[in-house]
Design a protein around this ligand. Structure first.
Ligand SMILES: Cc1cc2nc3c(=O)[nH]c(=O)nc-3n(C[C@H](O)[C@H](O)[C@H](O)COP(=O)(O)OP(=O)(O)OC[C@H]3O[C@@H](n4cnc5c(N)ncnc54)[C@H](O)[C@@H]3O)c2cc1C
Ligand code: SF4
Length: 574
């Protein structure tokens, strides 16, 4: 019998701990019109669209006080915590900036050629014609970290107050309605004690609160529990690890691969693939994405990506090249059925990845996040104009329902689930779904919580030894992100630190940033007749300052909470 991580739940009750009434005295509360949590594509599109609408209605703008729109971002700047592939469908950017020429967007333009390969260890078999989910004609190659910075400038020009280095840590609820958020304290020591530079957080009180926290949203999860917004189908996640390389020769096509280094057997449940996108003539973006319902505790997405770079197809592309960027992040992949049943609560809306708005087979979420952000802005303005209360934001949900977000994700609603049967069976069923336009397999295929999938210690993996040129260890990868989290900051990872070895090893290998370590002495003690006893309980060492906030631990049995604002990576090109 193997162990499922869910048997060791994190010591946290998010609906109680992270939701509560304002605590600042009335005269110390910061009053704003609308508060947006998260400066990703969803939050920035929401902020810019709101500013555009308020610019057309002076009376409404004035009614929202001195700070009509505030956007709270935990990264050093908007963009610092953004990471994506990213082939971006341009429909949302066109809608948001109708007067901007596409040539002025901070993207790397479109790419005409696509290629998809099924990999074995040495060979690459092209799949022709390119399967529809991998066709990217008209989409723009984008660095989300760069797009975020550009959109933040547009937002500030439009009058949005950006509060960078600020984590929203508590959802403020009074009389059953959301009235804002509380920002986190700064300057606490490892045990929570106040250091000389201590600054307490503040209550930000707003007429409407828009949660655009992206994947594994801290307040989003708490709000879904507090207001019972969740679906009966649990959300699932994939973890993506990405590198940016400065290359000698330009790449002329968008490449996706399936198969190796993921194992096809149903026993391992390794679902996913890689992407290789040209970023202009001298850079490529290279990443590997894997479902977090895999089973082998020795599997590591970071190390599988290092292995992938040794494949002749990839090695040729990065010959003589230099790695200039690295990062990791999760993607919600439960699809249509796993999205929250309701996208709003009185005074609050949930937008983008936080609401699971991702088309899984195409791995697209940027334009949905932006469209949904704009819908939330429009819905809030409609309510404010009609009398000032945002208690009923069902008009936001109606807009999402009538849009491409619902249409596209409904079409691929049962695409991810069959992969629980292994790559080959799952792939065959997913193909039938694609060919039939989403009609087969019909019905509602259940999703499952990644943490309920039991894990075991598989055979030793042949991950390459880091050479510092092509292959890297996790710590040098984290270093490249500009991560500057204090070593003595409070531990923001909640999890049980004494667990069976198979769970501990799974966390150690899953984390792309080397936050968890099973001490050597614990490993030795668990060795019986040369084999590791996965059931033996061990103490796990946790180094939270390495964390790049990818969110994987929340999917796999722990809980990521936001560290102090400004901590974590400072992504530039991801
Ligand atoms: C490896 C990978 C490849 C992908 N490839 C593609 C692709 O090719 N095309 C595509 O369209 N999509 C792709 N996606 C998905 C896409 O990136 C997301 O759907 C999109 O970024 C979602 O936007 P968002 O604004 O909802 O969330 P995010 O982009 O995650 O932004 C959320 C922001 O909120 C901030 N935040 C979160 N919580 C708080 C808090 N409590 N307080 C303050 N700030 C907070 C975060 O720091 C972050 O800046 C990919 C994703 C990954 C990980
Ligand atoms: S500790 Fe941080 S980097 Fe590691 S898996 Fe958890 S969220 Fe990701």
């Amino acid at each position: 019998m193997s162990t499922a991580p869910i048997e060791f739940p994190p010591p946290v009750d998010s609906a109680k701990e992270f939701v509560g009434a304002p605590t600042d005295p009335d005269d110390e509360r910061i009053e704003v019109g609308v508060v947006i949590v998260g400066g990703g594509p969803a939050g920035l599109a929401c902020a810019i669209r709101l500013a555009q609408l308020l610019a057309e209605d002076e009376a409404l703008l004035e009614s929202l006080g001195e700070v009509p729109i505030a956007l709270v971002e935990k990264g050093r700047t908007p963009g610092s915590h953004l990471l994506s592939g990213a082939m971006m469908n341009p429909s949302a950017l066109r809608k948001l900036f109708p007067d901007a020429a596409e040539g002025d967007w901070p993207t790397y333009g479109t790419v005409d050629k696509d290629a998809v390969y099924l990999l074995t260890r040495r060979r690459a078999f092209p799949l022709r014609p390119t399967p529809p989910p991998f066709r990217n004609h008209g989409n723009h190659v984008t660095s989300l970290a760069q797009l975020g910075r550009w959109m933040a400038e547009r937002a500030e020009e439009a009058g949005v107050y950006l509060l960078g280095e600020t984590a929203a840590t508590k959802l403020l609820v009074e009389d059953g309605r959301v009235v804002g958020v509380r920002s986190g304290d700064k300057g606490r020591g490892r045990e929570g004690e106040e250091l000389p530079n201590f600054e307490p957080g503040s209550d930000l009180i707003a007429k409407a609160t828009v949660l655009c926290e992206g994947t594994q949203g801290h307040l989003t999860g708490a709000a879904i529990r507090r207001f019972e917004l969740g679906s009966d189908d649990p959300q699932q996640w994939e973890l993506g690890v990405k590198e940016v390389w400065e290359v000698q020769r330009p790449l002329d096509r968008v490449i996706h691969t399936m198969g190796w280094p993921l194992r096809l057997g149903a026993r391992y449940r390794e679902f996913g693939g890689s992407f290789i996108y040209p970023m202009g003539d001298d850079r490529i973006s290279l990443g590997l994405v894997t479902g977090l319902d895999y089973r082998d505790a020795r599997f590591s997405v970071h190390d599988a990506l290092q292995l992938l770079k040794g494949h002749p197809l990839v090695a040729g592309l990065i010959e003589g090249a230099k790695r200039v960027g690295w990062g990791a992040k999760t993607i919600p992949s439960g699809g249509y059925w796993a999205r929250p049943r309701r996208l709003w609560a009185p005074g609050m809306a949930i937008v983008g990845d936080g609401a699971g708005m991702v088309n899984v087979p195409t791995l697209k979420g940027v334009h949905y996040a932006m469209h949904a952000g704009m819908f939330a802005a429009e819905a809030i303005c409609e309510r404010l104009k009609a009398g000032g209360s945002c208690d009923d934001l069902s008009n936001y949900a109606d807009k999402v329902e009538g849009s491409e977000i619902d249409r596209d994700t409904y079409r691929s609603r049962n695409m991810r689930q069959p992969f629980a049967k292994g790559f080959l069976v799952g792939g065959a069923i997913a193909n039938l779904m694609e060919i039939s336009g989403g009609r087969f397999p019909g019905g509602r295929w259940a999703t499952h919580d990644d943490a309920t999938v039991d894990v075991f210690i598989g055979p030793e993996r042949d991950y390459p030894k880091p050479d510092g040129k092509v292959t890297f260890d996790k710590l040098s990868s984290v270093f490249l992100t500009g991560n500057a989290t204090r070593d003595d900051a409070p531990n923001h990872i909640r999890l049980q630190e004494r667990v069976p070895l198979e769970v501990a090893l799974m966390w150690q290998n899953m984390c792309p940033a080397q936050v968890y370590e099973v001490p050597e002495a614990e490993l030795e003690a668990a060795r019986v007749d040369g084999r590791l006893d996965g059931k033996r309980e061990v103490n796990l060492a946790v180094i939270p300052s390495n964390c790049v906030q990818c969110g994987a631990i929340t999917a796999k049995g722990g809980r990521l909470t936001p560290p102090e604002g400004g901590d974590g990576p400072n992504y530039q090109t991801t």
